[in-house]
Design a protein around this ligand. Structure first.
Ligand code: CP3
Length: 344
């Protein structure tokens, strides 16, 4: 039984610093690869028995303080009318991306129970299987990051189509963002009702925006989601990458925990977001490829910067990469626990 993750989210004292890893279920684990050999990523997401098995795999193998439900941020785009595929080696592909105000107007609404019931069922089954051993995190993509996939049709380097719509047709942009934020707020509330004990909003690509553009085109919608969740009483984690100039604005959007990437020292990021929030992060995912001694030096530096203040959740600064040696994950989890054990 570990409640130190939820305690740290609330900035309560803990026996040692909790640790989990973004993308902790995934291709770096042979047992995940084995399941993926017989099923596509969408099949795994849509089959609760498989999604639960994959959710539990890292919990069985490592001493982690939270599980995250196996799903994907792009799943709500399908019921809105976008066709979603994961091409091998290429990442997500949307064959009918949004380009015009008409495309936005044609989008459907998301009814979480009817359209994404498989995620809710996975959450119910995962809670039962975890039997209170560690808390379960639910998640969704933030409107900006979802819009970038919906408009570009996949990953992007410069977000030209996204910003083209934003700058040339702000009405269509705001219409799209309103629809995405309604869908995400309802979906996250349904995840909490199904048993998610904390929620994380992934705004993975928000670092593409300047602070002014973030304030005008993105943050009102993330704010709408966080305020809809406020009354549910579960910790709300807000994560972006390349977003260090946005941290004060991301904090102001109404989260309880701010996620930091590795490009900023933890203490500086925490100060920028505000000491009244908890903080999650922020080891470089590629540090897991270094020799143990070097990993240790970097982990201890983060621990030192957290300075035993209540409210630090150890994590990577972004998701685990597929090539990561699994031993490094166990090494970091054990080291964080050992190095932060509070006595007396
Ligand atoms: O363990 C966990 O963290 C839960 C599962 C999870 C997945 N996707 C499963 C998945 C989570 C939290 C996500 C979130 C997600 N999905 C994000 C935000 C997090 C981040 O890293 O910034 C984003 C941007 C996506 C969109 C997405 N899904 C991409 C870009 C890809 C391809 C990436 C790649 O490395 O190929 C996916 C597919 C995907 N979703 C995989 C997994 C494990 C890999 C596909 C596979 O198993 O073959």
């Amino acid at each position: 039984m570990s409640d130190r993750f939820l305690r740290a989210c609330r900035r309560e004292p803990v026996d040692c610093t909790p640790v989990w890893f973004m993308r902790q279920a995934g291709r770096y684990l042979a047992e995940y690869q084995e399941i993926r050999a017989g099923h596509s990523i969408l099949e795994v997401c849509k089959t609760p028995e498989l999604a639960v098995e994959v959710t539990l795999q890292p919990i069985r193998r490592f001493d982690l303080d939270a599980a995250i439900i196996f799903a994907d941020i792009l799943l709500p785009l399908e019921p809105m009318g976008l066709s979603l595929e994961f091409a091998a080696g290429e990442g997500p592909v949307i064959a009918n991306p949004i380009r015009t105000a008409g495309d936005v107007a044609a989008l459907g609404a998301v009814r979480p129970d009817a359209d994404l019931g498989f995620v809710l069922e996975s959450i119910r089954q995962a809670r039962a299987a975890l039997a209170g051993e560690v808390p379960l995190i639910g998640f969704a993509g933030a409107p900006f990051t979802l819009a970038s996939y919906a408009i570009e049709g996949g990953g992007s380097r410069n977000y030209i189509e996204t910003k083209r719509l934003m700058y040339r047709d702000p009405d269509a942009w705001h219409d799209l963002m309103g629809r995405l934020s309604d869908a995400v707020a309802d979906f996250l509330a349904a995840q909490v009702a199904a048993g998610a004990q904390a929620v994380q909003l992934f705004d993975s690509w928000v670092g593409a925006l300047s602070p002014d553009d973030y304030a005008e085109y993105a943050s009102p919608y993330s704010q709408r989601i966080f305020s809809a969740l406020a009354e549910l009483g579960v910790p709300r984690i807000h994560f972006g990458t390349g977003a260090n100039t946005l941290l004060p604005l991301m904090a102001a959007a109404g989260c309880d925990v701010i996620g930091l990437d590795w490009r900023i020292p933890l203490d500086e990021g925490w100060a920028a977001a505000g000491r009244d929030l908890a903080v999650q992060g922020n080891l470089d995912p590629v540090a897991l490829f270094a020799p143990e001694q070097e990993i240790e030096r970097r982990v201890l530096d983060i621990v030192k910067r957290a300075d035993a203040r209540p409210g630090h959740i150890f994590n990577l600064g972004h998701g685990i990469l597929p090539e990561t040696p699994p031993e490094a994950v166990g090494f970091v989890a054990d080291l964080v626990h050992r190095a932060t054990r509070r006595t007396g």
